[in-house]
Write a protein that binds this ligand. Structure first.
Ligand code: HSE
Length: 410
């Protein structure tokens, strides 16, 4: 029997406890011995059948020689970071769903795990219940990853699905996502793209071997997206999605960003709805591999956490291939130096003429119920810095910019 513990009994933590008990026999069969949930750390009191296992004292877990694996599902950097460091230094493997912590401290915690011969696993930190991290560093290990792009946040994909597909308001869709246990404690992290940003940083580090800090990554959420943009997207065979992406550029730097995008209706990412995530990984040997499944929620996320606990129990020695370094260098290219095609919506007199003069050839889009003097166009790919400069010119000619969204083709 292997003793395990959980730090945090919130949405994910309670799911981990329930799954360990519900699938106890299956888990014991796979690991070769039972995983016994000995302790749960939480400052709150809970009326659950396993209430006797709660403690408010971290030392009860750290100093318990039976506990070999601990799930950190508290969220946030502090005190999860301090607890994780102490556990790893004490020879206890740590598994986590905490993308914020991995995005900020992943390199350091992986090094600490290596130093102490244990594991730091974080399958649940990206894609919720979708197996993604292990497949990238194990099953796709023979590939150079050329590019990763995907829908990495379940809450915003749920909101966009409800808002643009079913006419539900942004506020109502967000409130539902919170009720369903999809959203972060502070849902600003979801709707402003920070959660997806942390996830793309983790995937970038995993794929390219260097730590990528969220501050280096251009990040834009879904709060500026309107029904009008969705109608224009539809008119040109596209749909609106929040996309996180990373790829290595010819100059060796990484194009890494999170932003709304109009993706082609034929794209595999276009039909990913509700809380589902879809992540496309392009390997130089495999070509495109698509990972799809529930990206948030109690039991899907618990599934990934418990699988990591089982892996850490089954193979207690450090896994050397799950590793990246923090070399102190910012590997991310300034987004203004990258290239994009754009959808642009403006308002003002003679907009079509002004747009053609400034952007060259543009494709004009149409929708019913367009605002007076509203014009929407698609513009050819150009350096983002040039695009922004031309937007300035538009403003100088008294046109208001109502919307600007990248066009992506995957
Ligand atoms: N708030 C996150 C999401 C939870 O909606 O994707 C899973 O990481």
């Amino acid at each position: 029997m292997i003793g395990v513990a959980i730090l945090g009994h919130g949405v994910v933590g309670s799911g981990v406890a329930e799954l360990l008990m519900k699938n106890e026999k299956k888990i014991a069969f796979s690991v070769g011995q039972p995983l016994y949930l000995k302790r749960i750390l939480d400052l709150r009191d809970f009326d659950v059948p396993y209430a006797d296992r709660f403690t408010k004292n971290f030392e009860d877990i750290l100093k318990d020689p039976d506990i070999r694996v601990c799930a950190e599902v508290m969220g946030g950097v502090h005190p999860a970071y301090e607890f994780s460091k102490q556990l790893l230094a004490a020879g206890i493997s740590v598994v986590t769903s905490n993308k914020e912590l991995v995005a900020y401290k992943g390199a350091e915690l992986l090094a600490l795990a290596r130093e102490h011969g244990v594991n730091y696993y974080f399958e649940a930190s990206v894609g919720g219940g979708v197996p993604l991290i292990h497949p990238i560093y194990r099953c796709l290990a023979a590939n150079h990853v050329e590019e990763i792009a995907g829908i990495l946040n379940g809450t915003t994909n749920y909101i966009l699905t409800k808002m643009l597909g079913e006419g539900v308001s942004f506020e109502e869709a967000l409130a539902n996502a919170q009720k369903l246990g999809y959203a972060e404690k502070d849902p600003t992290a979801d709707v402003e793209g920070h959660d997806a940003c942390r996830k793309i940083c983790i995937l970038a580090a995993l794929a390219y071997g260097k730590h990528v800090y969220p501050e280096s990554v251009f990040t834009e959420g879904i709060t500026k997206i309107t029904e009008a943009d969705a109608q224009y997207a539809k008119s040109c065979g596209r749909v609106l999605k929040l996309i996180g992406r990373v790829k290595r550029l010819e100059n060796g730097k990484l194009l890494c960003m999170v932003s709304p995008a109009m993706v082609n209706q034929q794209s595999q990412l276009a039909n990913i709805q509700d809380v589902f995530n879809g992540i496309l990984v392009r390997g130089d040997a495999t070509g495109d591999v698509l990972f799809y499944g529930k990206g948030a929620g109690k039991m899907p996320t618990a599934s990934a956490v418990v699988a990591d606990m089982m892996d850490a129990a089954l193979y207690p020695q450090n896994c050397p291939s799950l590793y990246w370094e923090d070399d102190g260098v910012d590997h991310v290219e300034n987004h203004l130096e990258t290239t994009s095609a754009y959808y642009l919506r403006v308002q003002g007199e003679h907009a079509e003429k002004e747009l053609s003069e400034i952007f060259g050839s543009v494709s004009v889009l149409h929708r019913e119920d367009a605002l007076p003097d509203e014009t929407a166009v698609l513009v050819d790919p150009m350096r983002e810095r040039d695009f922004q400069n031309r937007l300035e010119e538009l403003r100088e000619r008294h046109l208001s910019v109502l919307g600007q969204i990248r066009l992506l083709d995957y």
